[in-house]
Ligand binder design. Structure first.
Ligand code: C2E
Ligand code: CA
Ligand code: CA
Length: 561
């Protein structure tokens, strides 16, 4: 739109090439109110003007017969120069013969006017020629990628969607290509070389694809090609010309193919599927072609199915809380438990949280689910109190998204109070990585939770993003040491990092829980290090409520708090 307006408003420059001085002056005067006018008295000075004002001139008004260099000679020279080739020329003739006209047209002239001219007609022809050239230049710019000559991304998407609308029964495949380590290549060989490479690759792939309809450059080094659907797979062996790899040594091009594209998808969605396939073979030596396959389709379908059913599942209480005991090394009894959600779906079966929590964190549903879990935990604690079962603290997990709820601490307090639960029985587990998101708000909410009497546990300590800053600024009570640390220590028989973590916790007056403990040797080593609690399969897997209660009855002193 902005470009369109510019076309209408900008003052253009025209060049008048005419040997008759009076004619030239009249013409220049006529045009001066709308154009910047340049003059030349013959073809030679005309070409000099073109040279001097290259890029400015929007149109040439050219006399045919002139001394020194006539209109034909001017046209001949002009059409050989790519800078001037597309500038429209209107020929001005006194008495035109058919032969002259044909010759001018062959040399690239756009139009004729005969002297004496009708000023209105002349001006209109000038205007429409200028507009035609400028809008087609703009269209060309939008349609094609100047480097490779493939469609631009926008035009590729547009063309793809238009084509899919035309014939619902037509079958197409989408092929995406991606140059591995292109950035490294750019640094090593320089932009000029890489630009040439990009161009040649676009040509080579285009040349080798069967039934190619069109291709586009959809990323700096990512191309997409739409081809007619291929029934057999053999064609992918010739995506690059024979001998290409031998000539290009270490350069690798990966291809992702999405066959029989779904007409209901957007162009971006279609390209995503092909690039998802590429992502699967990134850095995989020896595999250069991947299909968007059943496994990927199933994963997407499953996510879709999960999103379709999650709300009903929650209202039908398909989410069940399992409890994993935490063993207190000082008293040798069960000192607490962690609530871990499981989804028992009539359609999809038993689903572990790794499959749906990340998705719920992306779509925000985790807020609803977690609130439900916290309430289930309050009910369980209430149940234990009412039935005279041992009552020990239960920790719940919170996600970063939960902290976007404005008054999280107050909400949890109201919930606990509704079931008459001592706040000290509810622990909140959060991971350190959450802290980097919105440190101010997280720190405030934690402080509010803490002053409300809830305990705060720092989950997954040592899992990769530990920063000692968070230890210093957050109100914490317990440090949960990530299971990767005990695993590594046991494998190398080197407990120095674990020792450091427990010393650090000690210095900060934090209790420690070590997660993922599976063997008696690990338990013994942790005892020596002075850890406080152990959680892991060695003592128990996460248990459904009934079994958890039985476990409590067997492993806890009565009414221990
Ligand atoms: P997490 O909080 O680090 O939970 C510990 C995970 O380790 C659990 O996996 C648990 O079953 C597993 N685990 C415990 N002991 C052992 C062991 O000895 N060996 C091994 N290999 N694994 C052990 P799970 O239940 O699949 O939970 C995965 C993650 O999902 C949790 O990691 C937590 O981040 C998240 N999650 C689970 N329930 C909830 C929930 O209700 N709300 C939120 N927001 N996240 C949850
Ligand atoms: Ca946890
Ligand atoms: Ca953990």
């Amino acid at each position: 739109m902005a470009n369109g307006q510019n076309i209408m408003q900008k003052r253009r420059t025209v060049l008048v090439v005419e040997d008759n001085e009076m004619n030239r002056e009249i013409l220049c005067e006529l045009l001066a109110d709308e154009y910047n006018v340049l003059e030349a008295e013959n073809g030679l000075t005309g070409l000099e003007q073109m040279e001097k004002h290259s890029g400015e001139i929007a149109l040439v008004m050219l006399d045919v017969y002139m001394p020194e260099c006539d209109g034909f000679a001017f046209l001949e020279r002009k059409c050989r120069d790519p800078r001037f080739d597309t500038i429209p020329v209107i020929m001005m003739t006194a008495s035109n013969t058919v032969e002259d006209e044909i010759r001018c047209l062959e040399l690239g002239a756009s139009d004729f006017i005969t002297k004496p001219y009708n000023v209105e007609i002349m001006k209109n022809r000038m205007k429409s020629l200028i507009r035609l050239r400028e809008s087609s230049a703009m269209l060309g710019r939008l349609e094609s990628d100047s480097l490779t000559g493939l469609f631009s991304k926008e035009f590729f998407y547009h063309s793809l969607e238009e084509l899919l609308k035309v014939d619902a029964d037509a079958h197409y495949d989408l092929v995406c290509s991606d140059i591995e380590n292109f950035r490294v290549m750019n640094d090593r060989y320089g932009t000029a070389y890489c630009d040439r490479f990009l161009r040649s690759i676009a040509d080579e792939i285009s040349g080798s694809l069967p039934n190619l309809l069109f291709g586009g450059r959809i990323g700096p080094d990512v191309y997409a090609f739409l081809i007619g659907h291929q029934e057999q797979n053999g064609w992918t062996e010739h995506l690059l010309p024979d001998g290409w790899q031998e000539n290009h040594g270490k350069i690798t091009i990966k291809f992702g193919i999405y066959t029989d594209v779904d007409h209901e998808l957007t162009a971006a969605g279609i390209c995503d599927r092909a690039t998802l396939a590429i992502a699967k073979i990134k850095k995989k030596f020896g595999t250069d072609v991947a299909w968007y396959d059943d496994e990927m389709r199933n994963m997407q379908l499953r996510e879709h199915q999960i999103e379709q059913t999650m709300e009903r599942a929650l209202s039908e209480r398909q989410f069940v809380v399992y409890y994993q005991p935490k063993h207190d090394l000082h008293t040798d009894t069960t000192g607490g438990a962690e609530a871990l959600v499981r989804w028992i779906s009539p359609e999809m079966g038993f689903i572990s949280p790794g499959q749906f929590i990340p998705l719920f964190e992306r779509n925000g549903f985790i807020i609803n689910l977690d609130f439900y879990i916290w309430e289930e935990v309050c009910k369980e604690l209430r149940h234990c109190m009412d039935e005279g079962l041992p009552v020990i603290p239960i920790s719940v997990n919170v996600s970063r998204v939960d902290f976007e709820v404005p008054d999280l601490a107050a909400d949890i307090a109201v919930l606990a109070d509704r079931y008459g639960i001592d706040h000290a029985l509810l622990h909140i587990e959060l991971t350190e990585s959450m802290y980097s998101d919105n440190p101010g708000q997280i720190a405030r909410t934690l402080a509010a939770l803490h002053s409300n009497g809830f305990y705060i546990e720092l989950d997954d300590f040592g899992a990769g993003y530990s920063s000692l800053t968070s230890l210093n600024t957050l109100t914490l009570d317990i440090m949960k040491i990530d299971m990767s640390l005990i695993r590594q220590a046991a494998a190398t028989n080197d407990y120095s990092i674990l020792r450091f973590a427990t010393l650090l916790a000690d210095g900060m007056r934090l209790k420690t829980v070590v997660e993922g403990v599976e063997t008696a040797e690990q338990v013994a080593a942790l005892k020596v290090l002075g850890c406080d609690y152990i959680q892991g399969y060695y003592f128990s897997k996460p248990l459904p409520p009934k079994e958890y209660e039985e476990y409590l009855a067997a492993h806890c002193g009565k009414e221990s708090a």
